[in-house]
Design a protein around this ligand. Structure first.
Ligand SMILES: Nc1ncnc2c1ncn2[C@@H]1O[C@H](COP(=O)(O)OP(=O)(O)OP(=O)(O)O)[C@@H](O)[C@H]1O
Length: 414
């Protein structure tokens, strides 16, 4: 198993906190495995033995635990294990399978010496509504499918016996990653056809279980059309009116409010991520011209139907997802009439990132660097592309995509 180090580092400071740790992310991105890795760390670091009642791990997707999805039975199962004398760690996987789970969780959290971890693949259920019902006593962590570094570790481990350490061809790995994405189950498949089958199953279960059933959507066709539009147009500015117009034909009429509702459901299942537009001069978020990015390029290649500028879209999407997986808040920038691809922030620090597939001419180099030069503040600025390294200018650094994805220290926030 690949250790999800960057998430463990982010969550670790909260292991003993009374805040409820909510771990969310798209279906099958590895939340349960991460929860087990957290349990292992708690076992090891807090000297809690696996057999003791001080750590309780329940997977509510496991048939063996089906009785515990009844809130009363869950309460009666957990309550005797709690003690004032020592902290009890409660790790609940797929908590949304428990009816009225927030009532049970709340009952432990307000009265007992506990530290609670929850996972699930719907943001509305887990962070939004739960946070409200628990009076804001939650902290959320958004897990993504493997990023490129994790993907390389996975491949190295998989091919260990066949290829000597350090001898994997990184550009071939990048090609594979940009085509098939980072869902662990997909990364584990050798054949293109089996990767496609796994992605197809994943797509269908997200559509059916995480979007249609959860939101009681009546028109599956409209939902799939909107979802496919968002996936195929990853990194584009989204307009409900434009999508509605595109989907309306002589047989069906689709309204913009319906499209906006569907986009919200799709975002809540983490299939796409939104980047709001940020006015760099005016220092404020704008309510229009947000962009949407598909969470994984495997889904993009599964559902795209020949988009123009495909590689620009791929490169912009992989950079967005990488920044998100590093725990950053990501906006698309606006500066007067021009645009800056990303404004990335974490803990009050910031950098700007401009992304191009290749900068084939001096004019393109001028355009990409020029967009950042126009900003005029002192935050670090980067141009990322697939070209060999280009000389930086005016304090702006160029990074090859592969180096940016491989080496986290290459991008600095100021
Ligand atoms: N860190 C990892 N290293 C290797 N394989 C992994 C890793 N994380 C997940 N996987 C594999 O990916 C698959 C899905 O992982 P997991 O069940 O943890 O995802 P999930 O996000 O909890 O899924 P769901 O949303 O459906 O509950 C599993 O088969 C698992 O073995």
């Amino acid at each position: 198993m690949i250790l999800r180090t960057q998430y463990l580092e982010r969550i670790r400071p909260f292991y003993d906190s009374e805040l409820i740790k909510v771990i969310t992310g798209v279906r099958r991105c590895g939340k349960s495995v991460l929860l087990k890795q957290i349990a292992d760390e708690i076992h090891a670091k807090h000297f809690v033995s696996a057999e003791s009642d001080a750590l309780v791990f329940v997977d509510f997707d496991d048939y063996a635990n089906r009785e515990l999805t009844d809130p009363d039975k869950l309460y009666r199962h957990i309550k005797p294990k709690l003690s004032d004398e020592r902290k009890t760690y409660l790790l609940f996987d797929e908590i949304q399978n428990v009816r009225d789970f927030e009532l049970v969780v709340n009952s432990f959290n307000t009265t007992d010496n506990v530290s609670i971890f929850l996972t699930g693949s719907n943001s509305k259920l887990l962070s939004g509504e739960l946070a409200t019902r628990l009076g804001g006593r939650t902290v959320s962590f958004h897990v993504m499918p493997f990023n490129f570094r994790e993907f390389c570790c996975f491949k190295e481990a998989q091919l260990h016996s066949e290829v000597p350490e350090g001898h994997l061809d990184e550009s071939m790995l990048l090609d594979e990653y940009l085509t098939w994405g980072g869902f662990p189950l997909v990364c584990g498949q050798e054949l293109a056809e089996s990767r496609r089958v796994v992605l197809d199953n994943l797509y269908n279960s997200i559509v059916l279980r995480d979007i249609i059933q959860r939101n009681k959507i009546s028109s599956a066709t409209t939902l799939e059309n909107v979802l496919d539009y968002l996936i195929a147009n990853s990194s584009s500015t989204v307009s409900g009116n434009n999508i509605a117009a595109e989907l309306t034909d002589s047989v069906r009429k689709v309204s913009a409010p319906t499209v906006y509702d569907l986009i919200r459901y799709i975002e809540e299942a983490y299939v796409v991520g939104r980047a709001e537009r940020y006015d760099i001069r005016g220092k404020k978020k704008l309510r229009f011209e947000a962009k949407e990015y598909v969470c994984d390029l495997g889904l993009f290649h599964l559902r795209k139907n020949r988009v123009k500028d495909e590689w620009n879209c791929v490169v912009e999407t992989v950079v967005y997802n990488e920044l998100i997986s590093r725990g950053m808040q990501v906006y698309v920038g606006k500066l007067h009439k021009s645009k800056v691809d990303f404004v990335a922030e974490r803990d009050g620090r910031r950098c700007y990132v401009q992304v191009a597939y290749v900068m084939a001419s001096e004019a393109t180099i001028d355009r990409e660097f020029g967009a950042l030069e126009a900003i005029g503040d002192n935050y670090p600025k980067y141009v990322i592309s697939m070209d060999p390294v280009v000389a930086g200018r005016n304090g702006i650094t160029h990074a090859r995509l592969i180096d940016f994805l491989r080496d986290e220290s290459l991008l600095r926030l100021g």
